[in-house]
Design a binder for this molecule. Sequence first.
Ligand code: ADP
Ligand code: ZN
Ligand code: ZN
Length: 729
Amino acid sequence: MNTEEAWVLDVAVQTPAHAGLGDLLSYAHTADLPAGTLVRVPLGRREVLGVVWGSRAAEGGQALLDGSLADADGVLLRPVSAALDALPPLDAHWRALVAFAARYYQRGLGELALAALPPQLRELDSTQLARRLKRRDRKAQLAAASEDGAARAPACEAALAPSPEQSAVLAALEAERTQGQAPRPALLFGSTGSGKTEVYLQAVARCLAADPAAQALVMVPEINLTPQLEARFRTRFAALGEGAVVALHSGMTNPQRLQSWLAALTGQARIVLGTRMAVFAPLPGLRLIVVDEEHDPSYKQQEGARYSARDLAIWRGQRQGAQVLLGSATPSLESWHHSRPAEGEAPAGRYLRLHMPSRIGAGELPRVRLVDMQQQPPKTLISAGLLEAMTQRIARGEQCMVFLNRRGYAPVLACTDCDWKSECPHCSAFRVFHKIDRTLRCHHCGFTERVPRACPTCGNPDIAPVGRGTERLEEQLAALFADIRRPDGGAVRIARIDADSTRHEGALEAQLAQVHSGEVDVLVGTQMIAKGHDFRRITLVAAVNPDSALFSSDFRAPERLFGLLMQSAGRAGRDSAWLAAQGSRAEMWIQSFHPQHPLFEALRGHDYPRFAAQQLKEREAAAMPPFAFQALVRADARTQEAAQAFLNAAGDAAEGLPGADEVMRYPAVPLAVQRVANVERAQMLLESGSRAALQRLLAAWQPVLQELRRGPAGQGLIRWLVDVDPQSI
Ligand code: ADP
Ligand code: ZN
Ligand code: ZN
């Protein structure tokens, strides 16, 4: 080749985190390739996938026979191995999103870009990809042809006639979309059972009808928990043809994920339904993003690039001109604050707030009953009143749900003679007793052993469970209801749903089906059962021990508890017509040692705005989010001293950096669970009233931290990372 035909391509590749390589690597190629093209390039001795980010004609360099290029300064550029140009390039919107996320969350551009691509892309060459694309096309054509030929009506669920509140919300969304300027993000604050899903379905339908190339992204916190939702989207939009609705989440196989991703990229998929990772789907026609349960903590990725998919959805929507619809019965305080109405001098927030207070079918929200556990005999599990209420419901053929956010049989096993407890040898935490398989399992590192026959320290055979998890609750409820009968004379049937009972594929679906079909009288479980499910026969929900979150050191704990309890309450009494026919009213029972706590007072009135106002007042007074911005720098090391020493040295080194004078740096402290898998963990909190200042400091700090890690301050350090806008402190 000669120099006239030589091009230098800047390619994003996945380099090891903090490897000190620049964000982009340069390669030689015989042709120009548009930005966004996928390529395979050599990196060290391997060949890796990369994304072209920019290109320029090579000037004054010298092309070598093997395709490498020596540039004007004599630096050798290796050639691109292959261009995957059977695929359309990833567009500028996608690249902007990835670049923003990398910058904002302090990660490598290549790391983020590659993490956003389906893993299987790494294995296929251009011909194989071209074949896969063709296969998709053919499928779509066949489907279209058979529809024309037979003029068959596709199995398609009709839209429900919207309630007045749903109509008003849909009209407001449409007005916002068509007012000529970029639509503001909208927060749909709708009670549980107010019909938010129907709003999503119809908003998506309207947006797709307006433009044949339009695409919609619908995000949910955990798709496995809501198989119902996916089914509803598929049947509702069956008329769009096969492949028009695709899913994107980590429970899929690599080939499935690639198929969905290709469909999104080529525009064949009109609707992408996915979890947080779907925010990075290539969607050239994106017009609408729905974020269901927008307050859910699982939108925040907890490893690698710790991004918030909700926040990125808002950023992406605004950049790409797509409408963003956040939905929740208990919005995050951030979104609530950003959607505040104008008040006196203070201007309104930048989001639009929409409200659906009523339940569909004029159903009432459950009555909240607080049980003061101080007034109960010591060691009461289920208060007499709650037991009586559950018994009556079971006798009427209604279902009850008992919620406890701790799985396993008991959180600790202890010797009754000496002070032995089931500590994990690798973590600063107790191992949980699982009675089903008689194991002690560490929920932090996974270390599992058979339960010892006797105390390992003193040999006492009498070792006993302390406290209670869902397994034990299930067992104790079975004992309490042993003499109670169902309407058909049979014994009370109790089922448990938590991460342990649903480990096997299909187990959750099977268990949920049992609840829906009425085979279960009492459902016991963790937060898995509190979220989203449209149970029709549950009329009583009980939280038996929610107190610990009231006094957590994490300032977001009350917000999470309130959301969880409201969600749980939302599972009761969802079929108002049936409830009325039963002559029954739904109830939410809460057992607490602090029934006067303002959180419960607000809950009693189903009054999220009141709760939010309380919390926001406290947050504002203490200058905490959303009135301030935070980041955590975390260090993992062999010893706690080493972890803290690194952070404190990093803190000192931040002095004088851009933004530092506007960012408060707290001293390094151990994490709540300080040691996991023999690694000591510490963190340092940064806080600022200015997001820009915090970002400036983090950007300037990054190279300093990398330098420190290589010096004496990095002794014994295993890794460090930055968490921007952390969800838990
Ligand atoms: P949310 O997500 O707000 O908790 P859902 O979307 O699950 O509420 O709706 C609650 C129930 O009301 C569902 O069974 C749904 O099918 C039903 N529903 C929603 N909208 C309508 C409507 N317009 N007409 C009749 N039923 C509706
Ligand atoms: Zn002992
Ligand atoms: Zn452990």
